[in-house]
Design a protein around this ligand. Structure first.
Ligand code: BES
Ligand code: MN
Ligand code: MN
Length: 456
C-alpha cells in the first residue's frame, strides 16, 4: 500500500485537474437543452476507463447513456460493482453562485462546482484508486465492474430496465456506492440505510380563465385555496401523514437502533444554525436524527398559482399546481402509497375543481446488513485513510437504484459517502473538500486490497 499511497500523493494535482475537466461539462439530465452535454460527460468518463485499459462501453438507453467498464476477472477474489452518476442537478438560482457552476473554483480547501460532491467528485475517487493499482502493481486485487449512469437525478428509470436485462453481466459479490456524506468533518461514516421517495405533480383546475376576484370571488372554488387546503390536510399537527395505509408497512425503530442513533455525537444546535433555523420541528416523539433518517416525511417542493409578479393583482386564478414528495423508509411500497394518496386527494377535492395527479421517482428505501465481511473491510480501509474509524449512519436522501441492486443482484451494498452535510448538494455553491477527495481515493485503493483478501 505504501507504494500506492506515495504514487497517489505524487499525482494529486493531476487528479484535481481531471476532475475539473468533468465538472466543466454541464451534464444536467433534467434539461433537454443539455442533452449533448450529458452525452459528452458519458464519453469523457468512458475515455478515462479506456485510458486505464478497461473494456469499456457507452450504452445508449431510451434516455441518457450508461457507461460500463470492466477489469479482468481475478481468480478467487470478489467481483465488485462500482455505481455512480455523471449527471447533475439544475443550477438555478444562478445569481446565488459565488463562482459560476461549471467553472470549478478552489476556495478554502474546497472545489466549488455543480456536481463536485454529487456525484462526479465522489464517483471519480474509485477510478483514480484503480488507476493507482494498475500503474503500480500492474493488476487489480478484485474484478471491478463500473456502472456509471446519467439519469440518477431524474429517477434512474432506464437503469432499472438495464439491470433487469443484464443480471448476468452485472453479477457481483458487493456493490460500492459513494454518493452520500460523512457524519461530520473529521468523522467518516458507513451508511447502512437510505430513504426511498415518491414524487408527485398535482394540478387543480377551476374556471376556464383567470377571473376578477371581486366580480367572481366567493361564488366558485378558488383553485389556489383548494390546493392549499388539500396539501395542508395531508399532514396533521403532530406531523403524521394522513394518507390511508401510509404507516402500515413501516418497521418501527428498535430500541437498540434508537440508542445507537442517540449515541452519535450529533450537535443539533450546529445543525440548525448552519441552515439558519431557530428550532427543530417534525413528527412528534422522534428525535431530529430519527426524523431525518428513519421516519417517512412529506415535503412540498414547489407551489405555483396566480399572480407572481410585482404589486397586487386581484385575480382568482384558473389553476394551481404543486410538486411534493414523500420520503419513504424501508418496507413501504411506493405504488401502494400512491394508491392511498389518490383516494385521499379525491376525498379532499372540493366542488368545481378538476384534479390531475402524476407520480414519478417511485423508489423504495433500503437497509444494508452490517454484519458483513465487506462492511468490515470498508471500515478498515476508511480508518486507514481518514485516520479515524467510521461511525454507522443512515441517510435521508435517496439513490433510486440501490434497493434494486440488493434485490436483483443479491449483493451487499456498501454506501461509502465522502461528502459533508454542508456541501450544498442541489443548491448554489456546491462544493467538495479536496482533502476528503484525496483521502477517499486512498480509502478506495485500500478497499480494493482489503476486498481482494476476502476471497470470491
Ligand atoms: N446523492 C444524492 C442522494 C443524497 C442526497 C445523499 C443528500 C446524501 C445527501 C442523489 O443524487 C439524489 O439527489 N437523489 C435524489 C433522488 C431523486 C431525484 C429521485 C434525492 O434524494 O432527492
Ligand atoms: Mn447523487
Ligand atoms: Mn443528487
Amino acid at each position: 500500500m505504501s507504494e500506492i499511497n506515495a504514487w497517489l500523493e505524487a499525482h494529486t494535482g493531476r487528479f484535481e485537474e481531471e476532475l475539473c475537466q468533468l465538472l466543466r461539462i454541464p451534464s444536467i439530465s433534467a434539461d433537454a437543452a443539455h442533452r449533448e452535454d450529458v452525452a459528452r460527460a458519458a464519453s469523457w468518463t468512458a475515455d478515462q476507463f479506456r485510458a486505464m485499459g478497461l473494456a469499456t462501453e457507452v450504452i445508449p438507453t431510451a434516455g441518457h447513456p450508461l457507461v460500463y467498464a470492466e477489469s479482468d476477472p481475478v481468480e478467487g477474489a470478489p467481483k465488485v460493482l462500482v455505481y455512480g452518476h455523471y449527471d447533475v442537478q439544475p443550477v438555478e438560482p444562478l445569481e446565488a453562485w459565488i463562482s459560476p457552476p461549471f467553472e470549478p473554483t478552489r476556495r478554502e480547501g474546497n472545489l466549488h462546482a455543480r456536481g463536485a460532491t454529487d456525484d462526479k467528485g465522489q464517483m471519480f475517487t474509485h477510478l483514480k484508486s484503480a488507476e493507482a493499482w494498475l500503474k503500480n502493481e500492474g493488476r487489480l486485487p478484485v474484478q471491478l465492474k463500473y456502472l456509471i449512469e446519467g439519469e440518477e437525478e431524474v429517477g434512474s428509470e432506464n437503469l432499472h430496465r438495464f439491470l433487469q436485462e443484464q443480471v448476468e453481466r452485472l453479477s457481483c459479490d458487493c456493490v460500492v456506492v459513494s454518493d452520500c456524506a460523512q457524519f461530520a468533518p473529521g468523522q467518516p461514516a458507513i451508511t447502512y440505510g437510505l430513504r426511498g421517495i415518491c414524487y408527485y405533480d398535482l394540478k387543480l383546475t377551476g374556471p376556464n380563465r383567470d377571473l376578477h376576484s371581486g366580480s367572481f370571488g366567493g361564488t366558485v372554488t378558488n383553485p389556489a385555496v383548494a390546493l392549499a387546503r388539500m396539501l395542508a390536510a395531508l399532514i396533521d399537527d403532530e406531523g403524521r401523514i394522513q394518507v390511508p395505509g401510509f404507516y402500515d408497512d413501516v418497521v418501527p425503530l428498535s430500541e437498540e437502533e434508537r440508542r445507537q442513533l442517540a449515541d452519535l455525537p450529533f450537535d443539533e444546535r450546529h445543525y440548525l444554525d448552519e441552515i439558519g433555523v431557530d428550532q427543530a420541528a417534525g413528527e412528534k416523539d422522534f428525535t431530529t436524527l430519527e426524523r431525518r433518517w428513519a421516519r417517512p416525511t412529506y415535503d412540498i417542493c414547489g407551489l405555483t398559482s396566480g399572480h407572481q409578479g410585482e404589486g397586487a393583482k386581484t385575480v382568482l386564478p384558473a389553476e394551481a399546481s404543486a410538486k411534493f414528495s414523500f420520503r419513504l423508509v424501508p418496507n413501504q411500497n411506493p405504488d401502494k402509497i400512491t394508491g392511498g394518496l389518490r383516494a385521499k386527494l379525491e376525498e379532499l377535492r372540493p366542488p368545481g375543481i378538476r384534479m390531475e395527479l402524476t407520480s414519478s421517482h417511485g423508489s423504495p428505501g433500503m437497509l444494508a446488513p452490517l454484519k458483513s465481511p465487506y462492511v468490515q473491510a470498508a471500515a478498515r480501509a476508511i480508518e486507514d485513510a481518514f485516520g479515524r474509524a467510521p461511525v454507522f449512519i443512515r441517510e435521508g436522501g435517496s439513490i433510486p437504484v440501490v434497493a434494486a441492486f440488493q434485490k436483483v443482484l443479491k449483493a451487499d451494498v456498501l454506501l461509502l459517502g465522502w461528502g459533508q452535510d454542508d456541501d450544498n448538494t442541489h443548491s448554489p455553491n456546491e462544493k467538495f473538500s479536496l482533502a476528503d477527495f484525496h483521502r477517499a481515493i486512498k480509502a478506495s485503493a485500500r478497499l480494493w486490497g482489503e476486498l481482494g483478501r476476502l476471497g470470491g
